[in-house]
Design a protein around this ligand. Structure first.
Ligand code: SF4
Length: 378
């Protein structure tokens, strides 16, 4: 039996259209496969050999709010049947502003979903158009109001910066508007250029360019504006009012186990990572009969102790609280301080990191060079 004592991730790979920067496993124009996909998903959930309790369920995508809300409710019902959901289980659903409606929100609420994470990205209509988002500023405002009217006090807005043609003033306006909407949790991600996306080609041919200085300026602006409204950075890209941190993601950064269901879903089960095929057709065929194992059509990778320790460090350094040295020693049987003494001393003397009461963490300056510091440990 597999003990997954923390989280469940459920991937819903359907979207209204494909954004210009997106390389997630998500598909537009595949609506005819939605019903059979959910049949396969229900079967995969039923097949999981489970013994343990679940604290969080996370519907990610893709755009979970794009499909019929009743399918999401049914997926949650199957999950609750197969697993023991904790009494205060955090149940999150990713949504896009233009596919949310009061009717759908009512169904989510009745099903037990208690957190909505909305992909707003920008409040500037020209930028939204440039990056291929299907919604506009008014849709975000309307959707955020609907979310709150439906009784979801726990919701997140995803924002992006370093976007094409985005000025510091544009981003400031986006941040302020997001705060004005009352979001108790905001995620801010810098645009990552992924090969094979339409936007990548525009940067490659020189239509747009990225500017590290502007990127850092916008990040610091987010830190300042969000902090002035009580939203504290608890992870490199995530900010929340006290008590409103996303538990599902926090558990992932804390190296807890989770099981993933759906095409392209990943699981982390103690010392093994498992990735299910991202090919929807193959996923549906594999689980249509429901006779195989829950991990069919998946690639399993058992990590060595060294790889696990590196993953642990990488995730821990994303958190504002940093790396718990005692926890590291307990997990890996090695003294963190002793093992990495040179790196610790060097990064602390450079002002990139600090040590306090058994925690090693990045400083404000260190967060600007997080990749550089993390690489030293790998
Ligand atoms: S809505 Fe999200 S998952 Fe879908 S295409 Fe856009 S970025 Fe990708």
């Amino acid at each position: 039996m597999i003990n997954t004592d923390k989280g469940i991730y459920i991937h819903i790979p359907f979207c209204a259209s494909k954004c210009a920067y997106c390389d997630f496993v998500s598909y537009a124009g595949m609506d005819s496969l939605v019903d059979s996909y959910f049949e396969a998903l229900f079967r995969q959930i039923e097949l999981f050999p489970y013994d343990g309790a679940v604290n969080t369920v996370y519907f990610g995508g893709g755009t979970p709010s794009y499909v019929d809300a009743c399918l999401i409710a049914e997926a949650l019902e199957k999950t609750a049947k197969r697993f023991t959901l904790g009494r205060d289980c955090e149940i999150s659903l990713e949504a896009n502003p233009n596919s949310l409606s009061p009717e759908k929100l009512k169904v989510y609420k009745a099903a037990g979903i208690n957190r909505i994470s909305m992909g707003a990205q920008s409040m500037d209509n020209d930028i939204l158009r440039l990056i291929g988002r299907a919604h506009r500023r008014n849709d975000i405002i309307r959707a955020a109001e609907d979310v709150q009217k439906a009784g979801f006090s726990n919701f997140n807005l995803d924002l992006m910066f370093s976007l094409p043609c985005q000025t510091a003033e544009d981003f400031e306006d986006t941040l302020k508007a997001a705060v004005d909407l009352g979001a108790p949790h905001i995620s801010c991600y810098s645009l990552t250029l992924e090969e094979n996306t339409p936007i990548y080609r525009l940067y490659e041919d020189g239509t747009y360019s990225q500017d590290d200085e502007a990127d850092r300026q916008m990040y610091h602006m987010a830190l300042e504006i969000l902090a002035s409204h009580g939203l504290k950075r608890y992870e490199i890209s995530n900010f929340a009012l006290p008590g409103m941190e996303c538990r599902h993601n926090t558990d992932c950064w804390d190296f807890c186990s989770y099981a993933g269901f759906g095409a392209a879903a990943c699981s982390f089960l103690g010392n093994a990572r498992l990735e299910t095929t991202g090919d929807i057709g193959e996923y549906i065929r594999t689980f249509a009969e429901g006779t195989g194992e829950w991990d069919a059509a998946s690639v399993l990778y058992e990590e060595t102790a060294g790889e696990l320790a590196e993953d642990y460090i990488m995730l821990a350094l994303r958190k504002a609280s940093g790396l718990d040295e005692a926890d590291f020693s307990a997990r890996f049987g090695e003294d963190f301080r002793e093992k990495y003494q040179d790196i610790i001393n060097e990064t602390v003397s450079e002002g990139l990191a600090e040590e306090e009461r058994g925690f090693y963490r990045l400083t404000d300056l260190g967060f600007d060079f997080a990749g550089y510091v993390t690489k030293k440990f790998l």
